[in-house]
Design a protein around this ligand. Structure first.
Ligand code: ZN
Length: 259
């Protein structure tokens, strides 16, 4: 297994034609964790795994319970329940609201869910995940959202989930090798974003760039683009505040990781 991050989906809100929403697979030192499972991501995850029953996945992290970040977690549950009943449970690190959404999709009965997932609440920890220590922080969004940081001896990845501007972003991504940040790009969308009066609950690309600069992150991956937005414009906006390497997420992008 090579050390890499694979983008399963990169749209916010709903998927563009042929696309998927938030989902990222981190493979590092033989350990494989998926971060978020939004609309359209599970089929791509199964393709990556080469397994109809999601064999080969070590852990799942879900930042918040908006469906563009978690609805395919239920599809993963089905893949494990119908495809690998009786297998060891899969560690799931998520906000309690994510689990409540799964339970709702199961008509309020979590008997089977508890056999498939071993639930660990976020934000909390630290937790040990293979080579990583997982820490998390609450970030401002419409609903509880846990920004997560996966640290090993020689590699650090941080991921915002969905967030408004917040001082905690600098600490979350401190000296990260790769900082995955939402950039919902409000300034260029053709359709209407939800109201974001006060408090702010999404980032502009320029704000993501500033937070990455404040964190001294080594690389910035912009993602969670509003459908139809011009992603290169977002990269240009981020570059005005951040002089490190900026990567622009697209579905299927594979980012080699150092070490
Ligand atoms: Zn959200």
């Amino acid at each position: 297994m090579t050390n890499r991050l694979v983008v399963l989906g990169s749209c916010g809100a709903w998927p563009e034609p042929g696309g998927a929403c938030s989902g990222y697979v981190l493979e590092y030192r033989g350990y494989r964790v998926v971060l978020d499972l939004g609309y359209g991501t599970l089929s791509r995850l199964l393709e990556l795994l080469g397994s109809v029953s999601a064999d080969g996945l070590d852990a799942v992290v879900v930042t918040h319970h908006h469906p563009d970040h978690m609805v395919d977690l239920h599809a993963l549950f089905r893949a494990r329940w119908f495809g690998r009943r009786g297998a060891s449970s899969l560690p799931l690190y998520s906000t309690p609201e994510v689990y409540a959404m799964l339970v709702a999709l199961e008509d309020g009965d979590d008997t089977e869910l508890r056999q498939v997932f071993d639930l660990h609440p976020l934000p909390a920890g630290p937790y040990e995940l293979g080579p990583f220590q997982l820490t998390s922080v609450s970030l401002p969004h419409f609903v509880p959202n846990a920004g997560v940081r996966l640290s090993s001896a020689d590699f650090i990845l941080a991921y915002t989930g969905d967030t408004g501007p917040d001082r905690a972003l600098a600490d979350l991504g401190r000296d990260a090798d790769l900082y995955v940040m939402e950039a919902t790009a409000r300034d260029q969308q053709a359709s209407t974003l939800p109201s974001t009066a006060v408090p702010r609950v999404h980032l502009r690309a320029s704000e993501a760039g500033q937070a990455a600069a404040d964190a001294h992150a080594r690389r910035l991956l912009l993602t969670h683009f509003w459908p139809g937005s011009d992603r290169l414009l977002s990269a240009e906006a981020a570059a005005r505040a951040y002089d490190g390497e900026i990567l622009v997420a697209r579905d299927g992008l594979e980012i080699p990781l150092l070490a």
